[in-house]
Write a protein that binds this ligand. Sequence first.
Ligand SMILES: Nc1ncnc2c1ncn2[C@@H]1O[C@H](COP(=O)(O)OP(=O)(O)OP(=O)(O)O)[C@@H](O)[C@H]1O
Length: 876
Amino acid sequence: MSSNTNPSRPPLAPGRPATASAPLRADDDNHKRTANASKSTSSVDDARLSVWLRVRPPVCSDGKKGNTGSVNTIEVLVDGAATSSLPTTIRTYPPLNSNAAKVVRTGSKLAMMSDSLFLMKKSASLASKSFIDDGSSDGGSVNLNAEVRGVKEYSYSGIFGPKSRQSDVYDNVAAPLVEGLFAQKENIDGDGTSLSLGESALLFTLGVTNAGKTYTVMGTGFETKMTKMDDVNTPHEDWGIIPRSLNHILSRVNALNADSKSGPKLQVYLSYLEIYNENIYDLLPLKSDIPRRPCDGPQTLKLRESRRGRIFVRGLARHAVDNVQQGLELVKMAKNNRHTASNNINANSSRSHSICQWEIALSPGGRGDVVDRSRVLPNAIVDSECDTDDESVCSKSSSQSQSDNRQRKSSIIWIVDLAGSERSKRTRSHTIHQREAALINASLMNLMRCLREMLNHQPKKRGAASKGGVVPFRESKLTHMFMNHLTGPAASRTSMIVNVNPGADDYDETQHVLGYAATARSVKISAIDYNRQRLKFVKESEAVSTSSPKKAITVKGNRLAKIVQKLSPKKRKEATVESSSNPQAKRFRCNSDSGTTALNQHESSKAGARDDNDQLGKLREENIIIKATLDDLRQQLTECENEVREEVVAMMSEQLQESKEWYENRITQLRQQIAAVQSTKPAQTDAESNETDLLERINECEEEMKRMREDHIVEVEELTATHLQLNNEHQLMMENLVKEHRLELQGEQARSKRLEAEVGALRHQSRELQFSHDSLLVKYNALLNSTQQEEGTALEHREKENTSTAVTSMPESPSFRKFRRDKVSGIASTATDVDKKRMGRIGKSPVKVAPGGETEVYPSEKPSNNRSPLGKINKP
Ligand SMILES: Nc1ncnc2c1ncn2[C@@H]1O[C@H](COP(=O)(O)OP(=O)(O)OP(=O)(O)O)[C@@H](O)[C@H]1O
C-alpha cells in the first residue's frame, strides 16, 4: 500500500516567522486561527482545535520492519488539485487479524451486501473530501459502505506521511505557535524601544506506544556534544520540536533585545516537569529540592490555580537560558531524569507525561533584574506562586480592554510529550508497569472525555441549546493543566499532534487514537469560555459579598429564584394567563374585533416578542453563567471528593498493604513451621534405623579391633625379643669392631710415630749433608785459590828457569793442573764420610708420607742441578 506524502520543501530559517514564507499550508482555518489568535473572539467562532497527524514508517510490535505485522494499513490521500498544501485525509484498511475486520466479516455476512454495490459506493466515497470534516459527527464517523469493509477515512488539519521530515512538522505546527509568543509587528512601537509579548500556547503529542511521539517532540542528534564545526544556530535535521523551538526562540529574543538597546530585555526560561503516576515531579530540580537520601524519593509538586484562573505548578524551578548549547544541556538532563522503561515494543518507552515549558519573560532593567536563586544549576529560580503573568492563558477576563492595555510580562509555550497508551497484554509489562500503564491510560481517557464533553457543549445548530454535562478537567492532573488551553480563545493557540504507527499490529489501537483525534478536531474553539464566565461570576458575587455577606446570599437566592421562575414552564403559563387577564391585554382583546386596532395589536405583539427575545437572551446569558458556576462548583466538589477519596484510598491501601504484609509474613512463618514439623518425622525414623545400623557396625568394629589388638600384642612381643637379640649381637659386633679398630689405630699411630722419627732423622741428615756440602765448597774454593797461587808462583819460577836454561827443552802444557796430594786426599776423606752416612740409609724409602697424606720428596733425593765441583765424588 502506498503512502502519498507531500514533496520536500526548503526549511524555514530560524527566527523567521513561519507564516511569512511557509510554502506548504495546512488547512486554512488553522492558519487563519493562528493569525487571529490575538484578535477578537468572534472571528474564531467557527475555528476548531488544531489536530495534526504524523504517520511514522510502519513497524510491527517487536519493533522490526519487514514482516506481516509491519504491513502498512494507512493511506494518505493527496488532493491532486492542491499539491502545494499538506494532505488532510487518510484512509485506513483493517488487516485480516484485526478486531475491526472480524466485526466486518460478521456484519457483511448478515448484510449480504453485493460487491458491485459496495464498489459503486466506495468510488462515491473517494470523491467525498471528508466524512467528519463538517463537524457534525463526533469523530470516527465513517461512510457506511466503507465501514462494511472496515475502511475508514479521517481528516485532520494536516497530515505528515512516513517520509516527512522533522523540519516539516516544526515549520507547520510549532513555528506558528512560537511566533505567536512574540507580539505582532504592529503592536511594537515604531522606535523599537518597547518590547511586548504575545499569547501562550500549548502543543502536545498523542498516540500509542512506539508511535513516534518522543521522536517528534525531542528528536535525536542533540545529545551529542557539539563540536566547533557545528553551527549551533542551524538545527540538526533530526532535532525535534523542543531543540528547534529553543533555537527559534533564542534567535528571536536576541534580535529583539538587540533592537531594544536601553529598554527592557527579554529573557528565556526553561522549566521541565513530568506527571508520573498522577504526581508532578520537577525534571530539573534545584539542589535544595533534591532529597538527600534516595529512599525519600523526589519531591512531588502541587498544581495550583490563581485567582485569575491561571494554572501553575508551585515550586517548579525555572532556569535562565542564554544560548542554544546551555538550553540543550538542560533538555538532555531533563530527558535523562524522565521515567522511562523498556517494554516489549519500545526499548525506551516514556512512562510519564513530560511537559517542557519555554517562558519568555520581560525584565524591565535587563536580564540581571530576575533574581537568581540557583544553587545547583546556573540561572535557576523557583516559579513564583503569585499570579503575575501569562494573561493569555488565564483568559482576557471580563474587561478585555483593561487586559489589552496592561502589558504582558511573560508568554509561555508548553511542549508536551504524552506517555503512550498501551495494552499491557501487548507490551507484556510487569506489575509496576501495569499500574503505570493503567494510570497513563486513565489520564488519557480523561483527556478524551473532556474533549467529548466539550463537543457535547457546543450546540449542533446555531441558536440551539447545548446539552453538555460537566467537563471533567479537574479529574486528572493532565487535563487540569490543559484546562485553560482547551477552552476559550486560548484554544486557538493549542495544537495536537497525533502520532500513529501504520503497521498492522497496531491497527486496533491506532483506530481508537484516530477516532479520539477526530473528536478533538471537531471541538470548536470558542464554544464556551469557562474561565471567563467563572471569573465574571466570581467578581459579581465578590462585589455583593463584600458589601454584606447576608445580602449576598439573599441576592443570590433571589436571582436564582427569579431565574427559576422565569425558566419554569408552569410559571410562564401563569404569566401568560396573567397577561391575558390584565386590563391592557383585555383592551387588546376588546379591540381585536375592530380592524383599526389590528395594526396596533400586531405592533404591540411584535414589541412584546422583542421584549421576550431580549429577556430570553438575558436569561440565556444568565443560564450560561449559572451553568458555568454550577460546573465550577461541581468540579470543585469532584475535586474535593477526589482528594478525600484519594486520601482514604491511600490510607486504606496503606493499611491493607500493612495487614497484607503482616498476614503474608504470618503465613510464611506458619508454612515454615509446618514444613519443619513435616520434615522432622521421616527424618527421625531414618535417624533411628541409621543409629541401630551404626551401633551394630560399631560393635563389629570393636570386636575386630579387640582381635587385632591381641594379635598385635603377640607380634609386638615377638618383635621385641628379636629386636633385643639383634641388639645384643649388634652390640657385640660393634664392641669387636671397636676393639679391632683401636688396635689398628694404635698400630697406625705407632707406625706414624716411627715414620715421624725417620723423617726427623732424614731431615737431620739432609741438614748435615747440606752443611758438609757447604764446607766442602768452602774448602774447594780455598783449595782452588791456593792452587792458582801456587800455579802462578810455579809459572813465574819456570819462566825464570826457562830464560836461564836451554832453549832446546820442551815446554809444559798450560792447561795441565796439578793439585798437591795432601790437599786432594783431605777433600776426598771428607767426601767419603758424607757418602758413608748417606749409604747408611740405602734400602730405606726416601719417601715420607706427610701428615696431610701428600708425599714429600726430600731435597737430597731431588735431582739437583747444582753439580758438585768435585764431579764424580758427589755421586753415590
Ligand atoms: N517518523 C519517524 N521516523 C523514524 N523513526 C521514528 C519515527 N518515529 C519514531 N521513530 C523511532 O521509533 C522508536 C520509538 O519512537 P518513540 O520513542 O518516539 O515512540 P513513543 O511514541 O514516544 O513511544 P512511548 O509512548 O512508548 O514513549 C524510536 O527509536 C524512534 O527513533
